[in-house]
Design a protein. Sequence first.
Length: 115
Amino acid sequence: MTGPKMTLQVKQVLRSMLGEPSREWYGLELCDLTELPAGTMYPILARLEGCGWLESRWEHTTEQESAGRPLRRYYRFSRDGAETARVALALSHRPKGRLVREAGAATPRALRAPS
């Protein structure tokens, strides 16, 4: 299963959720924490759920009715989601220069160090 494109915003959401990896989060709570707008947050959560990193559930109507607000959808990491997110974040922090050096012959001559 492939993961999402690791944009700055996706990384921000994952880092925030990894602060408490077993916790359930609702979307607007993550918006407040990350300072991302809902129009950015919900598509990210949908992509993370679509690739199997997150699971979601709707809260029970009794919780919502007693609080007098709309239903919340809660998100949490799937069984392997937190570890997968940690690995993906670690790989996404790999310095670009190191990738160029490791590419060796695939590096354009103009970018290679003189021999």
